[in-house]
Ligand binder design. Structure first.
Ligand SMILES: [Fe+2]
Ligand SMILES: [Fe+2]
Length: 153
């Protein structure tokens, strides 16, 4: 993988992470009166995604380039499930959407990890972001189970 390809991939993560910061913060505000605990978790998740934005941005800068957002990368991942649907479709759908995004991030982190030398700083960075996404996914999944139980499913 040459430097340009790497920068392209890093800009992809930079964009996805930026989108997640905004989405989780918007969701957190939307559901504050409905479920305070989930709202606080989303606020915390947004903060962690911001750390991912920052660590990816720092890496791009260390390679002599400027982090560049590709705009809205969430809509193409979700397809018909628009992020705006969230408020209307309820907590379970919202959490399922979030899991889709986390899984996309995890897949892409894993793919890039396999192309990076173990000795590279980036290897460590990608791993730590990947584990954070895995923890987010686990929490979202267990909350879905809990909510579905409450609905008698
Ligand atoms: Fe992230
Ligand atoms: Fe995440």
């Amino acid at each position: 993988m040459n430097n340009n390809e790497l920068i392209q991939k890093l800009n992809w993560f930079y964009s996805l992470e930026l989108n997640q910061v905004d989405l989780y913060m918007a969701q957190s505000k939307q559901i504050k009166s409905k479920d305070f605990y989930i709202s606080k978790v989303l606020e915390r998740a947004s903060y962690i995604e911001q750390q991912h934005v920052n660590n990816i941005a720092d890496k791009i800068k260390s390679l002599g380039k400027t982090p560049t957002s590709l705009g809205d990368v969430i809509a193409p991942i979700l397809g018909k499930m628009s992020g705006n649907v969230v408020a209307r479709t309820g907590l379970i759908t919202m959490l399922k959407i979030n899991i889709m995004l986390e899984k996309k991030a995890m897949d892409d982190y894993k793919n890039l990890i396999m192309k990076i030398e173990k000795e590279d700083d980036l290897f460590t960075l990608l791993w730590s972001n990947l584990i954070d996404e895995d923890l987010h996914t686990s929490w979202f999944s267990s909350k879905i189970q809990e909510l579905e139980k409450g609905l008698g499913k």
